[in-house]
Design a protein around this ligand. Structure first.
Ligand SMILES: [Zn+2]
Length: 655
């Protein structure tokens, strides 16, 4: 009998052309651009914020830290959580050092750590709004204050920065923050028996626990998760004590959202479905998944499974986007998936990627990696333009400039990416995901290495094990692995068979092989010095339909090839796009165009187009067969839409 080892992953180098382009873009464009914006040195406009947060200043985020540190005078400007823009940017920069050493940038980030340390209070507290303008109100209006959310984002950045650079000060700031929170929160006499209105601290403390192994931080994360909703009136009581008048609110209108919106109406273990603000939900779920795994808390684990199923099976767009309404940036109800008024916040897709990655650590099931892949190649990635300097907050599946301009109910849907936002949570959130994508490719479970993403890479594990994956994914489904195992360690190597590839061909050391698919993975036993694996996935173009409980997609089809969902744009097709009809068995033709949109697969779909009525024709006439013509509809990857002229876009096409 073989004795299996537990191969630990040490290092991953992303070699995928597709992802190398994005990761270098983060270094060369995204990080310098965002740093300029946060220092108010960029000539940009934030007028297009989907929540109409357009204000008279662009960011002021670094200035807030300077004021708190005593290096500048003035007032805090922006949202109470304005600091988090800087922290997410810092975290993205930290990850970038792993693949692109950059002494100039490191000088900036080291100085930033010094500034943050200087801004931190002696007791570890750091949230510049309260330090500068409302020190007497610290932790007194947690429904709206985002203090733990803000510090959570620093903790994540501090952990990442310490891991990347060894900077002890960065980690020390994080520990002092967590200690401050620990001193103030809990069920002991004199502590606040509460939690933040916006989850984030739970996942951040889990990450701090991972690097410090100090159980106090895990216990505190567990406390926040189990205490949530125990007293559903907690936020209201705090507001009453802090001064009930609405002009005391930190963010106007936030008190009007329901307890469900804050995931605080009842304890998590009793919550059947994830109501409320989509980003809050997936951050909470990520924290739950971390803590459930480390503590074995069965209630939290059950909640993870329950929330996952509801989101993925009933409330997720085909692109992976989540959050169906702009009102509260929130989930609505099962199978409600409107395409032209949806929200689909970039942060929600980034958060869903975090959740999926944590769920893979709990269950070796391909469905989590399928969703992670869906986000990476669609819903999350669409949040940034190909130039790295424009961003979507809202990711619609159907857009029309005339509708966005003329219908107030669609004014949150932009048809081009914006420079920046008054609430600028999304741009740096996506940057940190792209810069850390190397951390999303493998999951080690017991004696098994799971290779669940087809993002080409070279990976090094303990025992001298090296895995090299080469491919031209997502354009080609030919996946080649070389495994080197000089010490002949025995382990299992699991490869995901994606749900979009019904069939596959496998060759191991040149011999065809058939293996059973178990929960989305095939498993090979490895114990020799080397192994060569060739996997051929089914990359045929698929015409997709939605479950017929989804009224918005009934009678419609979408086009997908591999994990990439396609969109029709006015830039390639004569508008209006609703006049096109595509049959489920339509002929399709795929080619790769290296010149278009920095290199994309293009799909031509045989379609019928109804002739547009004259503009003075009657508004209503008796329905008779309409004049149609046969045309090719040109489709490009959804993530790359809105990189040319403003125009209509549709993912779901009339059948
Ligand atoms: Zn966001």
């Amino acid at each position: 009998m073989q004795v299996y080892t537990t191969p630990k992953l040490n290092k991953v180098k992303v070699t995928s052309d597709f992802w190398k382009r994005y990761r270098e873009l983060v270094v060369k464009e995204v990080l310098p651009y965002q740093w300029k914006v946060m220092n108010d040195e960029a000539d940009i406009s934030i007028a297009e914020d989907p929540q109409n947060n357009g204000q008279d200043k662009n960011s002021h985020a670094v200035a807030n830290l300077k004021i708190a540190a005593g290096e500048m005078t003035g007032h805090h400007y922006g949202f109470p959580f304005q600091d988090t823009d800087v922290y997410k940017w810092l975290e993205a920069a930290a990850y970038s050092f792993g693949y692109h050493p950059n002494p100039d940038l490191k000088q900036i980030t080291d100085n930033l750590i010094d500034l943050i340390a200087k801004a931190q209070d002696d007791d570890g507290y750091l949230s510049t709004y309260f330090q500068i303008d409302a020190p007497e109100r610290k932790f007194k209006r947690l429904q709206q204050s985002h203090e733990l959310y803000t510090m959570g984002h620093y903790i994540e950045a501090g952990v990442a920065y310490y891991n990347a650079t060894g900077n002890e000060k960065a980690l020390d700031i994080a520990k002092r923050m967590a200690n401050c929170i620990d001193n103030h929160f809990g069920l002991e006499e004199g502590k606040i028996p509460g939690y933040d209105g916006h989850p984030e601290i739970e996942l951040a403390l889990s990450r701090l626990y991972e690097v410090t192994q100090d159980k106090k931080y895990l216990d505190l994360a567990h406390y926040f998760l189990t205490q949530r909703g125990q007293d559903p009136a907690f936020f209201e009581k705090q507001i009453k004590a802090d001064g009930d008048s609405t002009d005391r609110d930190l963010i106007p209108g936030m008190r009007d959202f329901t307890r469900e919106y804050y995931l605080a109406a009842e304890p998590i273990k009793d919550q059947k479905v994830p109501h409320g603000h989509a980003v809050r939900v997936v951050y909470l779920c990520t924290g739950m998944a971390y803590v459930a795994r480390y503590t074995g808390d069965k209630d939290l684990l059950a909640a993870c499974d329950r929330f996952w199923n509801d989101i993925v099976k009933r409330q997720m767009y085909i692109t992976g986007n989540i959050g169906q309404t702009t009102t509260g940036e929130a989930f609505t109800y099962d199978y409600d998936l409107p395409n032209d008024t949806d929200y689909g916040e970039t942060c929600a897709s980034v958060g869903m990627s975090f959740f999926a990655r944590q769920m893979l650590n709990i269950h070796a099931k391909g469905e989590y990696a399928d969703v992670l892949e869906k986000e990476l190649f669609n819903g999350a990635l669409s949040g940034m333009s190909l130039d790295g300097k424009h961003f979507f907050y809202v990711n619609p599946l159907e857009a029309d400039p005339a509708a966005s301009k003329g219908n107030p109910g669609k004014s949150h849907v932009l048809t081009h990416r914006a420079d920046w936002f008054g609430c600028a949570c999304c741009p740096a959130n996506l940057a940190r995901l792209i810069a850390s994508v190397d951390e999303y490719l493998y999951t080690e479970k017991g004696d098994t290495i799971l290779s669940h993403q087809f993002i080409a890479n070279d990976a090094e594990f303990d025992d001298g094990i090296q895995v090299s994956q080469t491919n031209h994914f997502p354009w080609s489904g030919d996946i080649h692995y070389e495994i080197q195992n000089p010490n002949q360690a025995a382990f299992k190597f699991g490869i995901r068979i994606p749900s979009w590839s019904a069939s596959y061909e496998l060759n191991v050391d040149g011999a065809a092989k058939t293996l059973p698919v178990k929960d989305g993975f095939i498993y090979l036993d490895v114990d020799g010095q080397s192994l060569t694996i060739d996997l051929k996935l089914d990359m045929s173009t698929k015409i997709m339909r939605a479950n017929n409980r989804v009224s918005h997609d009934f009678g419609k089809v979408a086009v997908q090839r591999g994990p990439v969902v396609y969109a029709a744009e006015q830039a390639d097709n004569q508008a209006p796009l609703w006049l096109y009809q595509v049959s489920p068995d339509a002929q399709t033709d795929y080619h790769f165009d290296e010149k278009l949109l920095d290199g994309v697969g293009v799909i031509k779909v045989a379609a019928k187009r109804e002739k547009l009525n004259a503009d003075d024709a009657d508004l209503y006439t008796e329905a008779k067969p309409a004049d149609t013509e046969t045309v090719d509809l040109t489709m490009v990857p959804y993530y790359a839409w809105a990189n040319r002229q403003d125009g209509q876009m549709r993912v779901w096409l009339n059948r």
